[in-house]
Design a binder for this molecule. Sequence first.
Ligand code: ADP
Length: 161
Amino acid sequence: MKLAIYPGSFDPVTFGHIEIISRAAKMFDKLIVLVSVNPLKPNSFTREERLEMLSETVQVEGFDNVEVDSYDGLLIDYFKQRDADVIVRGLRAVSDFEYEFQMAQANRKLCPKAETVFLASKSEYTYFSSSVVKQIGMFGGDIKDFVPEYILGRIANRLKK
Ligand code: ADP
């Protein structure tokens, strides 16, 4: 059984993330979408809010082999605990590459079994990011093209506060 982990901030989840989840879920027997807590990145949504939005996404989209979880510590410790095989990350542009490449190398150093698989973003989602959603939403702009309608209201209300 091939177990993959897709870690990220998901602050909040966007169509860009959902498309990666959908494709990765088809590639592996099981996929864990992991809300990671990155102390260097301030978040707008709490861990619980991010978990809730992802769980709802998984349910509504019918991703049967996808589990949602969160972890405070080092990704690779979680990876080892779950005896996972693969780390999934999305690549939008060359600007993502350097950081992602470093992380993949570092994770392999910490755990030689850890293979990172990069999925190239669908072209229409290359400029989608949680930050773009937050910037538009904070000023009351329309974010309906960026996030699913079943969590749109929650995101918009939260960002306006
Ligand atoms: P992190 O803080 O770990 O970068 P993000 O939630 O910003 O968390 O991103 C999680 C992963 O999803 C990263 O690999 C990122 O490149 C990928 N990702 C984010 N937005 C998109 C998108 N629009 N298309 C493809 N991958 C994306």
